[in-house]
Each structure stands twice: as C-alpha cells, then as structure tokens.
Design a protein. Structure first.
Length: 139
C-alpha cells in the first residue's frame, strides 16, 4: 500500500535491508520479532506477521532476480502493514492451488488466509515492486 504509506499518518514504522539470499528469510523473521517486542505486539499478531514476512521474503528470494530486499513494518488506522520491496517488477505474486503432494506454492495462500488484504505495487520511475499484506491490530 505505497499510496496508503504516503498519505496515511503512521503510528510507527521500521525497516531493514537484506541481500536477496536464503539466509535473509531468518534475518527478516528476527527483524519482525525485535520490532514486535519494541512495539509490544500481541503474540498472535507476532506469529501472523512473522509468517507473512517469512513468506514474502522467501518468495522474493526464490522468484525474483533481486539482489537486495527492503522489509518494512508500519502501522496506521488500526492496521499493521508488512511490506517487502524487491528489484523485479515482472514477477507478480499470485495465489496458487497446489496439489496435496506439492512441496511449494502455498505461500500466498497462507498470506490470503491470515492477512486482511494483500497486494503488489510497482515502483514508479524505478525498477521493482512492493508486495504488502495488512493485519488488524487488536484494540
């Protein structure tokens, strides 16, 4: 929600950059846990956020030609946003319907299950996109 990020008043935000390699999935989860602790997020919100970030980073590592990723958490209007910026505007994520025995293809299906909304926005004037998901924050 790049447009929301640029127009909504944020309550808080955090970002971290990682190389687009498999080890960065674990680094991104750690980034979420540290941020969640500082923000005093509920355990359920942490679990959903960590899973979402892990899937988005894993997808960017596996399916794009990116060398660098930016992971971002921010909140506004009672929602927590999880974002991953990559350097590939062509590989747009989509929900797959994998067969029971398939080992891959469930990432965006999981995000669809846990997030209130998700999407992808191209970066105008530069290469890449932002893939995002939104979660309601407990009141």
């Amino acid at each position: 929600m790049g447009s929301a990020r640029s127009t909504w008043a944020m309550d808080r935000q955090a970002a971290a950059a990682f190389s687009a390699e498999t080890a960065s999935v674990a680094h991104a989860r750690r980034f979420v846990r540290i941020t969640a602790a500082m923000w005093h997020l509920e355990p359920e919100t942490l679990a959903d956020t960590e899973l979402c970030m892990s899937e988005l980073v894993g997808n960017a590592v596996r399916h794009t030609t990116s060398r660098r990723l930016v992971c971002r958490l921010w909140s506004a209007r009672g929602l927590l946003f999880v974002e991953v910026d990559d350097e590939d505007a062509h590989d747009i994520p989509r929900v797959e319907r994998p067969a029971e025995d398939d080992e891959c293809g469930r990432g965006m299906l999981l995000i669809t299950t846990f997030a209130s909304a998700w999407g992808s926005l191209p970066h105008p004037g530069r290469v890449g996109k932002t893939v995002w998901a939104a979660f309601p924050l407990p009141r």
